[in-house]
Design a protein around this ligand. Sequence first.
Ligand code: GLC
Length: 428
Amino acid sequence: MNAANTSQALEHAFAVLRENDRGTYTVPTKGLYPFQWNWDSCLTALGLAELDEDRAWTEIETLFAHQWPDGMIPHIVFHVPADTYFPGPDIWGTNRPTPTSGITQPAVAGFAVKRLFERATDKAMAAARCRALLPKIDAWHRWFYENRDPHGEGLVAILHPWEAGRDNSVDWDAALAKVPTTGITPYTRRDTDHANPAHRPTKAQYDAYVWLLEHFRALDWDNTKLHDASPFQVIDPAFNAILIRACTDLSAMAATLGQVEISQRNAARAERALAALDTLWSPEEGRYLARNRVTGEQIASQSIGGLLPVFAPIPAERAKGIAERVQALLDVLGYIVPSHEPDAVGFEPQRYWRGPVWLVTNFMIADGLRNAGETAMADAIAQSSLELISKSGFAEYYDPSTGEPLGGGRFTWTAAMVIEFLRAKTAA
Ligand code: GLC
């Protein structure tokens, strides 16, 4: 990308952010996702900071204003009514003052806040806002280990595929097949009004998503009960690695701000979880593999969930192995990093998290590789990401062979990640 194209891409990205800005929060994209999503918002704040630092902090503060009394940060906050999304607030039935969903999403907040803090030009404002957020993020981290690792294994489980943020990944297929689907309330999907059904999860998957939701709702969303009562408990390496990175970053930030106890607690969480994460490494596959906590079985699915752990401070030889896997993907595909291995069972190049490239996962893998000193592969991912937006605009996800845009258009976190990639490029 030359300088003119770079500034055009930046302007385009800022326009997408402004368009999806609702004042104190952003929506992922108009129509398809008309509310605030947890990890979308935290990653989007990085892009917002390039426009307006104050607004970037507000994005995260708005999300944390809807923290549950038990510490959970929900995956969706339904700030205003809209009938273009299923399942809406009435289906969730969580009885929160402002309606929210009843499950969570990957814990990127600790990472995002540290990055905002480090880059802040107004250091006094950043320190004050950070100080107020630290105990809330710490409480969320505590919530994870208490409620999603109730038997103290060191790794947390997701209880619903939506919690991983990779809704229909091949990783969940076997575990989801054990979730009953009888007796669910009839429903009408809305996502397929906005995007091609062939690029979205299937009906059978949706039935299981709804069954889990209704099961948890019948337990009054009581997180002390949900884990053991769920027929779906999956230990996802990516989800755990993101939490570990967040604990590590929160610990460092708390130390800088003199909050010693928060710093020590999060360092201890990260250390313990990092050791447990290593038990998911598969030397044969050269990636981490998920585990089904209900059956104890390893899930031999070759997805991006096994590469994303490079976002955490994993051992250098693991990061090197992941860089090699990404290089192998680059050798056979037009664009990296696909959400599933192209020659593996279950790969579908256009169906959501079963093959397409997503810029958020690209960003996290590239960031981790860069931290691990795997600069060439980090650069290759950034370049591929920028090629995708030059060719196909700010889509929700992209076909890894053709680069075709898929899903929703003018997507907020795609725009934010483009800003991040361009920022790294101009800094280099
Ligand atoms: C989809 C994605 C999820 C994201 C949400 C809003 O459900 O799978 O990761 O947070 O859309 O963009």
